[in-house]
Design a protein around this ligand. Structure first.
Ligand code: CTP
Ligand code: K
Ligand code: MG
Length: 181
């Protein structure tokens, strides 16, 4: 597969996983998931992981997968690259897995003494990939292995941190996010 084609498929297939975290930033607030509970003196997850942000992020990812599925035929024709339609389980794995990965990352940050908002290089950029891909492979195996070939996965691992750093810098500059990571 040509590199450009691989990049288009990787980006398209990952969009339902990319969008939830950004929507959570916009929609966040209200009750924290951990309800204020602590573990070993630190918050279980912290105030940065809320029910509202998680629900809005997951819903947005699912809705986007629906829109992309409707547009897939036209986009495939226009670009000359076959882009995937999403099954409900694939969308759930990508969007839900992205939110879950972010939550697990916060759990690890709190266990390692990092306060809310602290940076954790590597984890911050790839937490959602590490959970959304295996979860999608589990929930929608056939779909996953059709689209996430090794070259697509390699592009995702390289592309994701670049996109993550860029969008977070922009969100920070716009005053939407407290830290640029
Ligand atoms: N957010 C949310 N619910 C989530 C994820 C994010 O409400 N499941 C919102 C919160 O307002 C959070 C903001 O998005 O503060 C930024 O997200 P993130 O950087 O992931 O959280 P941090 O505040 O940096 O907290 P942490 O250190 O736990 O990552
Ligand atoms: K995060
Ligand atoms: Mg943060």
């Amino acid at each position: 597969m040509a590199l450009l084609e691989t990049i288009v498929i990787a980006f398209w297939a990952m969009l339902p996983a990319y969008v939830p975290n950004n929507i959570a930033v916009l929609a966040g607030g209200g009750r924290p998931i951990d309800g204020g509970r602590t573990m070993g003196g630190s918050r279980l997850l912290g105030d940065g992981k809320t029910w509202r942000g998680t629900a809005a992020g997951t819903t947005a990812g699912l809705a986007l997968a629906g829109v992309l599925t409707l547009a897939a035929d036209d986009v495939s024709g226009a670009l000359g690259v076959d882009v995937p339609e999403f099954t409900l389980l694939a969308a759930l794995g990508l969007a839900g897995g992205a939110m879950l990965g972010d939550i697990l990352a916060s759990f690890l940050k709190r266990r390692s003494g990092r306060e809310r908002g602290a940076m954790f290089p590597g984890l911050d950029q790839l937490d959602f990939v590490v959970v959304s891909l295996p979860l999608t492979a589990l929930l929608a195996s056939e779909w996953f292995f059709t689209w996430f070939t090794w070259d697509v996965i390699a592009v995702v691992v390289v592309l994701t941190p670049i996109l993550h750093v860029t969008t977070n810098m922009i969100a920070y500059q716009l005053g939407l996010k407290n830290e640029p990571w």
